[in-house]
Ligand binder design. Structure first.
Ligand code: PXG
Length: 438
């Protein structure tokens, strides 16, 4: 590369970003430590979003940093096709210790999107291995986000993620989303909407259970703007899946690793799926990694039903990458030593009180929260949807606070090490910004 081009912003095509406007006025991050990012010119920015819902233990934590540094020098890469290395087994066991009992088999990927597509493929392989190869239909939910690969987009329910790439998987259908204006300003799980799980009964009536392999939902929908499950909803969905012999997959890419005050949302809600997809918090985002936790029943059926020596024709070059495994072990040690899942549970009420104190702030039409995730929904500026929230995002960044916006919804998901005074800082910065924004 020509040295004069080194600071040219054109080569990096930035994901899920308005590239033209960003490159006209870029926001750059140079360093991070604990609760803060730092810009190249040395300004501190409080991380109200744990990066992208992923840096649950805070930034550059010593155990994780040291584990990665040591691993890079010792074993930079090892194939896991017909070979393996000890830390992959160690991390799989440690993750299986955290998942609900009976979900004891861990398949490694490199992202949430890959975890979702892996889980969907395992669902199909399972149905075939037990002689039910006609069960191929996959059910997602409106407003769901399951990453950006073809399987995940097909079961996903965010219109813009689908409409530009319309050649999606066939044989997919969707449950209705759970957003209901009657639940506005609910704290935690809303009262109305358990019956929306019966949407599955309707899909069974339409397609017949003998054609349906699996249902995938986020226990708390994240990307769409934090939709906690209505009281009783997940229980009802679980019962319907069991009754109709359909697998239930929880996509816990956001809700896993302490975000909702437990290792996984499955434990917090007391509802056990057949598979859990995860990523983000598994390595505290320090090295890309994802995983799928699979039930013994599914695993054993595929092992026992295999018609070839290789039981599952699936995997990635970097499945169980040594650096990711080292980062994962350092991360799980950090969570355990600092009791971060319990801390998340302890501080969630303070966080809830803080965000709901914005109820009377200007433009606010709904506030939703569960665990250490919250959304503040704004009324859109007439004729200019998303502009108001984007303006708040930019001003917040200039004032030293990172938030996330999706449409006209502000999403908050701070690292679980956040202090009360930092929660106050987030709330008061937003209150003042909303008042000052047209
Ligand atoms: N499933 C869920 C539930 C997710 O939230 C993915 C899958 C895909 O993960 P990868 O690692 O492939 O990106 C996600 C990712 C946001 C935001 O601000 C959310 C995600 C990613 C980036 C931004 O809402 N979630």
């Amino acid at each position: 590369m020509n040295a004069s081009l080194q600071n040219d912003l054109s080569a990096f095509w930035i994901p899920f970003t308005a590239n033209r406007s960003f490159k006209a006025d870029p926001r750059l991050l140079a360093r991070a430590k604990d609760m803060h990012f730092e810009t190249p010119d040395g300004r501190k920015v409080l991380d109200g979003t744990a990066g992208l819902w992923c840096v649950n233990a805070g930034h550059a934590r010593p155990r994780i940093v040291e584990a990665i540094q040591k691993q890079a020098a010792e074993l930079d890469f090892a194939p896991t096709f017909n070979l393996a290395h000890p830390k992959a087994f160690q991390l799989a066991s440690r993750v299986a210790d955290l998942t609900p009992d009976g979900l004891d088999h861990i398949f490694f990927t490199n992202s949430g999107s890959e975890s979702v597509d892996t889980a969907l493929k395992i669902a199909l392989a399972y149905q075939r291995a037990r002689g039910k190869g006609h069960k191929t239909r996959l059910i997602g939910r409106e407003r769901g986000y399951h990453g950006v690969n073809f399987g995940g987009v097909s079961v996903g329910g965010l219109p813009k993620n689908r409409m530009y790439f319309n050649n999606l998987l066939a044989q997919v259908d969707h449950l209705p989303h759970t957003h209901d204006p009657r639940n506005a300003f609910s704290r935690g799980q809303p009262e109305h909407g358990a019956e929306l799980a019966d949407g599955l009964e309707r899909l069974v009536g339409l397609h017949d259970a003998s054609t349906i392999a699996a249902v995938i939902v986020e226990p708390v929908a994240g990307s769409t703007g934090v939709l906690p499950p209505p009281k009783g909803y997940l229980e009802r969905l679980r019962a319907l899946c069991t009754r109709h012999d359909i697998l239930l997959i929880f996509d816990e890419v956001i809700t896993g690793f302490g975000r909702v005050g437990a290792p996984f949302a499955a434990q917090r809600f007391g509802v056990t799926p057949d598979m859990i997809t995860m990523a983000k918090g598994i390595t505290n985002a320090a090295v890309p990694m994802g995983a799928v936790a699979v039930s013994d029943q599914i695993h054993d059926a595929i092992m026992g039903g295999a018609d070839a020596p290789i039981e599952l024709f699936h995997g990635y070059t970097y499945s169980g990458h040594p650096l990711a495994c080292a980062a994962g072990l350092g991360t799980l040690d950090t969570y355990a030593e600092e009791g971060l899942f319990a801390r998340s549970r302890e501080i969630e009420t303070y966080f809830e009180d803080g965000v709901h104190s914005l109820r009377d702030a200007r433009h606010v039409i709904d506030i939703r929260n569960f665990g250490m995730a919250a959304a503040i929904e704004l009324t859109p500026r007439p004729g200019e949807p998303t502009a108001r929230a984007m303006e708040v995002f930019k001003k917040a960044f200039d004032q030293g606070l990172l938030i996330r916006v999706t449409g006209d919804i502000i999403a908050l998901s701070p690292p679980l090490i956040i202090e009360k005074r930092q929660i106050d800082q987030i709330v008061e910065t937003l209150r003042a910004l909303l008042a000052a924004t047209a």
